[in-house]
Design a protein around this ligand. Structure first.
Ligand code: KIV
Length: 278
């Protein structure tokens, strides 16, 4: 049975770490599900690791819907959270409702994630009142990269840490079922986690959060990113390159395909082809 948002609160209360990872396609979603990971985010990091943009800003709602549909087909047990792209929830609450609704109705997600603190609390409230579970996202919010002046640690000063806590409390009060804390000092993330009822999901925020999330490419060693907050559990670049080079060499040397990979018709079929006896 599919994981529900309420399960995350139960896990926090039981002190059980909440494992989350991103996925963007059917095959990866199947593997993530088979590994027993309970929460999958179709993140707008899609823009960086799948679509080749240098930020998440160009990702559209239709991009996320398209990839969410694939992930939902692949992962039958995990809770699927779909990211709300830049400017799909910022213009008006009505806009946010319509767009989040599409992520559930057309994408098949069970929840949405959006970035921001107190200033999006009213949006979070209206979404949750309308039956759309919301995961918050605070700290380094990549959709605000130009405003933040780069991908920097957030919450280092007393003032920033206080604002982070206030934002987290505002989002929790508005009904969010969990909050991502990205690139926040570990001791600040731990303190915020201790003051919230809902779980925090950290990325680059230390071990004191209730759960962790990583971009799947970063933990598999797939692609050129090497963020400090990620550990590589595999080296898929190397494995993939070796396989592609071996394939290229075998085709070039006519060692692939062989009879094992080929179906033959009766020789008579070929013999009857025009020009066969010529
Ligand atoms: O888009 C994404 O992958 C995210 C995670 C880094 C939390 O928002």
């Amino acid at each position: 049975m599919r994981v529900r948002t309420s399960k995350l609160l139960e896990m926090k209360q039981a002190g059980e770490p909440i494992v989350c990872v991103t996925a963007y396609d059917y095959t990866m979603a199947q593997l993530v599900d088979e590994a027993g990971i309970p929460v999958v985010l179709v993140g707008d990091s899609l823009g960086n690791v799948v679509l080749g943009y240098d930020s998440t800003l160009p990702v559209t709602l239709d991009d996320i819907i398209h990839h969410t549909r694939a992930v939902v087909r692949g992962a039958k047990n995990a809770l699927i959270v779909a990211d709300m792209p830049f400017m799909t929830y910022n213009v008006s609450v009505e806009d946010a409702l319509r767009n989040a609704g599409r992520l559930l109705q057309e994408g098949g997600a069970q929840a949405v994630k959006l970035e921001g603190g107190a200033f999006v609390a009213e949006t979070v409230r209206r979404l949750t009142e309308n039956g759309i579970p919301v995961m918050g996202h605070l700290g380094l919010t990549p959709q605000s990269v130009h405003q933040l002046g780069g991908y920097r640690v957030q919450g280092r000063t007393a003032g920033q840490a206080r604002r982070l806590l206030d934002d987290a409390l505002a989002i929790e009060d508005a009904g969010a079922f969990a909050i991502v804390l990205e690139t926040v000092p570990g001791n600040v993330a731990q303190a915020v986690t201790g003051r919230l009822t809902v779980p925090t999901i950290g990325i680059g925020a230390g071990p004191g959060c209730d759960g962790q999330i990583q971009v799947v490419h970063d933990i598999l060693g797939l692609g050129m990113r090497q963020p400090r907050h990620a550990r590589r559990y595999a080296e898929l670049n190397a494995v993939t390159l070796d396989a592609l080079r071996a394939y290229k060499d075998e085709v070039s040397a006519r060692r692939f395909p062989t009879a094992d990979h080929t179906t033959e018709a009766d020789a008579a079929v070929v013999a009857e082809l025009p020009g066969a006896d010529g």
